[in-house]
Design a protein around this ligand. Structure first.
Ligand SMILES: [Fe+2]
Length: 200
């Protein structure tokens, strides 16, 4: 490993550790509320200003990945406080989904459209769900979105410019077996498996 790479890794570790420490303190003092998650978002946006440490040259979409690559920055040993950088190119899309844990996305570079949905049914029929798009928000430089565990969103990368965002979750996405991916047209949902490709 070169000296420059070693130094970059040390700076990542320092800044990421400070950020996780602050976020842990926010959540443990105030609990998981929209107001706390807004504070978490502000802290992530502050970290995002370190573009010399977090950019798409350092965290590119890797060859062989379709339109996005997910990098793990930090995670507790019990899989809580999972912190990722998601690198995307135009064409990256997800279906509407929930997270079953709190989540915050903060923009570093490029743009990602987030659509949000309301669930209209009472959730009593396994595999069935009626959802309706409620609004959308763009995550770009200096902006982010917050999601409570039951909130539903989809992401759409529509711009030519490479896109990089922080994704911070209450729990590792490898340990969220009950996340739902919705099919709005059919009125159904399926539990969806963890992303098998996480760069660690
Ligand atoms: Fe998501």
């Amino acid at each position: 490993m070169t000296e420059a790479k070693r130094s970059l890794e040390a700076q990542h570790e320092t800044e990421v550790n400070f950020c996780v420490k602050d976020i842990r303190s926010m959540i443990s003092s105030n609990g998981v509320t929209r107001s706390t998650l807004s504070e978490v978002k502000a802290r992530l946006l502050e970290l995002a200003t370190h573009q010399e440490l977090f950019n798409t040259d350092i965290f590119p979409v890797q060859n062989g990945d379709n339109a996005s690559s997910l990098y793990l920055l930090s995670e507790d040993v019990n899989h809580e406080y999972a912190f990722y950088a998601l690198s995307e190119i135009r064409g990256k899309m997800t279906p509407p989904h929930d997270h079953t844990t709190w989540a915050v996305i903060a923009g570093i570079e490029g743009e990602e459209l987030n659509k949000f949905y309301d669930r209209l049914d009472n959730g009593k029929d396994e595999g069935q769900a009626q959802i309706r798009e409620s609004h959308s928000e763009v995550v770009g430089v200096g902006t982010g979105v917050i999601l409570m565990p039951e909130d539903i969103h989809s992401i759409h990368c529509l711009v030519e410019q490479p896109t990089l965002n922080f994704h911070f979750y209450g729990r590792s996405i490898e340990y969220l077996p009950k996340r739902k991916a919705f099919n709005m047209a059919e009125g159904t949902y399926k539990h969806f498996p963890a992303n098998p490709h996480i760069y660690k």
